[in-house]
Design a protein around this ligand. Structure first.
Ligand code: GLC
Ligand code: MG
Length: 524
């Protein structure tokens, strides 16, 4: 093998629990359902599953509003079922990563109920309460990620509380040591149950400006854009003091063997890489969302890969993500043919790949009629394209009723793309492609851990080299639909997205078909 850690060598797979597999016919996925489908993950070849939140929640934001950090919501199952899932996963060599949502709780959490009970509550300072601005109105101009002011007026106590998201998601005060202590105990609770790591929700937002300064206007904002981007969020997050808080969380995790800490972070690359922390004491993997947020063309992606690699701190391990429950699906963004090229890119770049459930069968965003919209991001600001229901549509397993997802009415409409069973039967399907790529990566120390260089764009073609000692791999991807002539080094073609492409020696002028990506193997 190599001396990489499991999460450096491995592939992470995100499960959105509501939408993976329903076991009890209520139309909502659950833990027992996930346990039934673990063999799919094994056959795909991934190493870890990350579960979006499963804790008790009023579901105002579908689990990202936690009312009890130490239990499982009955809609998903019980702690006993969680333990069984972890045991089943571990038996198959799969790690389990939990979502941890520390920035805010539900407004129904006992901490907030107490905090809201009055200015003298012992938990008052667990949340962020402020007097009105001198002339009246909200204390700052900060905007909620889900529309409107980030401040909610509490008439009974005559103060506002901060909610970076819904008003049902009050922000906790991470400057308060008691909050930090309580939350660190929550991590221990789950670590003691055997979880292998956490994906920490909106980690860059944990600390807000100590002076509560107003955010400035964003000069680049245009009419029709996300209303929240009218302001540059300089003060609602990414404050210098956040790194000490994160280092504290990391110390808790490091007291256990071999656990992983991922941070969800939407920031430009120079700020993103600060989340590896001083001396590497921050997140192991600050999520790198650039393949989601950047325009999909060879020139832009080449620049992104080079800049990201150059920005990484010493020892900082890279990672790449194509999709998640907040973002339009890759196959909808770049088209089904190009989604195959995207799979090659994700699985051959240097660093840990994270896959979003359903992307391995080429699922598309599923349009949701207005009367079935569930996501508050859409309900609060309809028609702006901010809704996330389309990418949360249930997994398509087979051709039986409700695609094998549920015996009851699914909580969101189902898509019409081929199911796992159909992709299984289709030669060269995207599912087979994902399996081949993951197997190739798993078997190849160069793709897993080798250096990357030679990142370049030529027309629609993106290329780079991976190398380890004398061994080299070239990855050449056509991001366009037209054929593209390229000059390849003398090497052996070992992989192509194009069915029927002959493997074996190549070199010199070569024609890549539209939407074709190839991997070559050579020796120095
Ligand atoms: C993160 C989650 C998103 C959630 C938000 C508030 O961005 O990924 O789904 O709505 O945080 O918790
Ligand atoms: Mg269910």
């Amino acid at each position: 093998m190599d001396d990489l850690l499991w999460w450096q060598r491995g592939v992470i797979y995100q499960v959105y629990p509501r939408s993976f597999q329903d076991s009890d016919g209520d139309g909502v996925g659950d833990l027992a359902g996930i346990a039934q489908r673990l063999d799919h993950l094994v056959s795909l070849g991934v190493d870890a599953l990350w579960l979006s939140p499963i804790q008790p929640s009023p579901m105002a934001d579908f689990g990202y509003d936690v009312a009890d950090y130490r239990d499982v919501d009955p809609i998903f199952g019980s702690l006993a079922e969680f333990d069984a899932l972890v045991a089943e996963a571990h038996r198959r060599g799969l790690r389990v990563i939990l979502d941890f949502v520390p920035n805010h709780s539900s407004d129904q959490h006992p901490w907030f109920l107490d905090s809201r009970s009055g200015r003298n509550s012992a938990k008052r300072d667990w949340y962020i309460w402020r007097d009105p601005a001198p002339g009246g109105g909200p204390p700052t101009n900060w905007l909620s990620h889900f529309g409107g002011s980030a401040w909610e007026w509490d008439a009974a106590s005559g103060q506002y509380y901060l909610h970076s998201f819904l008003k049902q998601q009050p922000d906790l005060n991470w400057r308060n040591p008691a909050v930090r202590g309580a939350m660190e105990d929550v991590l221990r609770f789950w670590l003691d149950r055997g979880v292998d790591g956490f994906r920490i929700d909106v980690i860059w937002l944990l600390i807000k400006d100590d002076k509560f300064r107003d955010n400035p206007a964003n000069p680049d904002w245009r009419e029709g854009g996300n209303p929240r981007d009218r302001l540059l969020d300089l003060y609602g997050g990414d404050r210098p003091e956040v790194h000490e808080v994160i280092a504290g969380l990391r110390r808790v995790i490091d007291a256990y063997d071999d656990r992983l800490m991922i941070g969800e972070i939407y920031l430009p690359v120079q700020r993103l890489v600060a989340y590896y922390g001083e001396g590497g004491g921050g997140a192991h993997l600050p999520f790198n969302f650039q393949l989601i947020t950047a325009p999909w063309n060879a020139g832009t992606l080449a620049g992104i890969i080079r800049d990201y690699e150059a920005a990484l701190p010493p020892g900082g391990w890279p990672n790449w993500v194509l999709g998640n429950h907040d973002q339009p699906r890759i196959a909808s963004r770049v088209g089904p043919a190009q989604a195959r090229v995207a799979a090659v890119l994700l699985l051959t770049l240097r660093g840990t790949p994270t896959l979003y459930y359903g992307d391995e069968i080429g699922m598309l965003d599923v349009p949701v009629p207005p009367d079935r919209v569930r996501d508050p991001a859409e309900r609060n600001q309809p028609g702006l394209g901010l809704g996330r229901d389309p990418q949360r549509s249930p997994m398509l397993w087979d051709t039986t009723r409700n695609a094998g997802f549920s015996s009851g009415e699914p909580w969101l409409p189902l898509g019409a793309t081929p199911s796992v069973a159909e992709r299984e039967a289709e030669p060269d399907s995207i599912l087979q492609l994902y399996r081949r790529l993951i197997a190739l990566r798993r078997a190849d120390p160069v793709l897993r851990g080798g250096a990357i260089d030679g990142v370049a764009a030529e027309g629609s073609v993106l290329r780079f080299r991976r190398s380890l000692g004398e061994q080299q791999r070239w990855v050449v991807l056509n991001l366009g639909q037209e054929p593209a002539g390229v000059t390849l080094p003398a090497a052996a073609l070992v992989f192509s997205t194009l069915p029927g492409r002959a493997t074996g020696p190549v070199g010199g002028r070569f024609e890549l078909r539209g939407h074709e990506a190839v991997i070559l193997r050579g020796d120095a």
